[in-house]
Ligand binder design. Structure first.
Ligand code: FES
Length: 216
């Protein structure tokens, strides 16, 4: 394991060669918007498209969650084109995400609120049409409920259930706009194989999977 140095927004930091840039930045108190990454996950699928950064010598921005660091790397997290990409990614997510924060159990702890604050933008967007899904909430589980309308399809819950807990109850079903997180065969979560570890709820960045005692 070789220790290297790199520069992020003019700050020189140390890291282990090959670490993912997102975690190096966050560990050094440099915030980069992110939803789908998990530190324990070696190969993120980079599906939220929020963690854009510019790297000196590269013609186009890259996603920080799957970009390994190297010695002498020079990173900028707030260039105009990076912020534009992040704002567009956030707008796309918000076009299907109900913005009713006052009635959400994740209010003030929601990653979308944090990202909007960072980008100095509003959660209620105007550019894209609101295409909320209006799907039923699954409250069948004794520990938590799942609101597919609030789900940002980051896949964190699926990864911890399968790879960390070795249970594999949760999956993505369908494609495109219809995509949801579900148990095998679309069974209600209360009827699915579940060890009640609660990890899926802990890693949910929004109020989609939420413990029943935190619901509003
Ligand atoms: S955190 Fe990098 S694409 Fe989602």
């Amino acid at each position: 394991m070789k220790t290297i140095t790199l520069t992020i927004d003019e700050k020189t930091v140390e890291a282990t060669e090959g670490e993912m840039l997102l975690w190096v930045a966050l560990d050094n108190d440099i915030y980069i918007p992110n939803l789908c990454a998990l530190k324990a996950r070696p190969l993120p699928d980079a599906n939220c498209r929020l963690c854009w950064v510019d790297i000196e010598g590269r013609s186009a921005p890259v996603t920080a969650c799957n970009e390994p660091v190297y010695n002498g790397m020079v990173v900028k997290t707030g260039t105009e084109r990076v912020v534009r990409l992040q704002q567009t990614a956030l707008e796309l997510i918000l076009s299907t995400h109900p913005v009713d924060c006052g009635r959400c159990g994740k209010n003030k702890r929601c990653e979308l609120q944090k990202i909007a604050r960072h980008l100095r933008t509003k959660l209620k967007q105007k550019r894209l049409r609101d295409i909320s899904k209006r799907l039923p909430i699954d409250s069948s589980h004794s520990l938590f409920s799942y609101d597919p309308n609030k789900c940002v399809l980051c896949g964190r819950c699926i990864w911890v259930c399968k790879e960390e807990q070795k249970v594999g109850t949760l999956h993505f079903a369908y494609r495109g706009f219809a995509m949801v997180v579900t148990a095998f065969g679309g069974a209600p979560l209360g009827e699915a194989d579940c060890t009640m570890c609660g990890r899926c709820v802990e890693v949910c960045p929004v109020g989609s999977l939420i413990f029943k005692n935190a619901e509003k």
